[in-house]
Design a protein around this ligand. Sequence first.
Ligand SMILES: NC(=O)c1ccc[n+]([C@@H]2O[C@H](COP(=O)([O-])OP(=O)(O)OC[C@H]3O[C@@H](n4cnc5c(N)ncnc54)[C@H](OP(=O)(O)O)[C@@H]3O)[C@@H](O)[C@H]2O)c1
Length: 322
Amino acid sequence: MAKIIAVVGSTGAQGGGLSRAILADTSGEFACRAITRDPNKDKARALASKGAEVVKADLDDVESLKTAFAGAHGVYAVTNFWEHFSGEKEKAQAKNIADAAKAAGVRHVIWSTLEDTRAFMSSGDTRMPMLQEKYRVPHFDAKAEANAFFGGVPTTYLVTSFYWDNLFMFGLAPKKGEDGQYSWTFPMGNEKLAGIAAEDIGRTAYGIFKAGQQYVGKTVGILGEALTIDEMGQKLAAGLGISAVKYNAVEPDVYRSFGFPGADEMGNMFQADRDFAKQMLANRSLEETKKLNPQLQSFDQWLQTNKGAVQAATQPAPAAAN
Ligand SMILES: NC(=O)c1ccc[n+]([C@@H]2O[C@H](COP(=O)([O-])OP(=O)(O)OC[C@H]3O[C@@H](n4cnc5c(N)ncnc54)[C@H](OP(=O)(O)O)[C@@H]3O)[C@@H](O)[C@H]2O)c1
């Protein structure tokens, strides 16, 4: 009988990639149980049409998770910070997943986590503000704190990377100006940023489920390629057939002051990626990621697949009608 993997976030980027990887595997070793709050949404229906069992559950409701995990061999655990912007809520949801996985006797959990950036600097370090009173980068630090909840469950700790898909998912693509020139702004200096195609996170997680118990208790840091902002800009220019992408390298304080929702959080995140690039890159292994996911894409390969979406994201927003 196929071993069931209950995929939290199945309608999203990480869990969607994993669900598609399970459903594309014709060996029949694993089956996909796609968890969503809304089984009627298009993304859930698309998974059902490919053979997923779609099950309704909510990360805020531990009993719904226990029911959703019953009989499952594996659970993919991911929380969505960007839906509520709260480190405390992210931890509470992670605890619910861990508690439910334990109650259901799940054999292998993969917890999608990130590093605790507070470990990189002393508590008195003034280079970046503390956010939500106790975090440097809440969506990193809270996930790292939540690692402890999975102590009583057979878990692999998956340290993910910046999705290149943020260029169109989070509005981070270079923008075409009125002068026809493309530019973008980051506080990354000339340091390399570990990036990955979002789809490859799920594919790599599937490699971990297939490899099985040898990964229980292990921390696995993954990436597709590490690139500076200028290197990404050059690849974008070549891939999109535009002359150049100008990089406005700003200081993190400037980025934090931009005022969009989460600007302080993103400013701290990019500053951690810049100031502690050596540690961030050391925490992720290209060799191990490729071993787990032989289809792993480089930035150029990801761009070829997502060229249309990136191109559309570079265009200025249409002027509002008055
Ligand atoms: N963007 C990046 O570069 C990046 C890099 C590393 C890590 N991350 C982390 O990735 C996480 C988000 O993952 P993603 O990008 O895969 O998400 P996503 O594409 O934004 O989709 C969110 C998923 O989470 C599910 N979800 C959210 N709240 C839920 C709840 N209360 N109960 C049940 N399901 C819930 C949604 O399911 P339904 O709506 O169908 O219920 C959906 O499937 C964030 O915490 C972020 O910090 C992001």
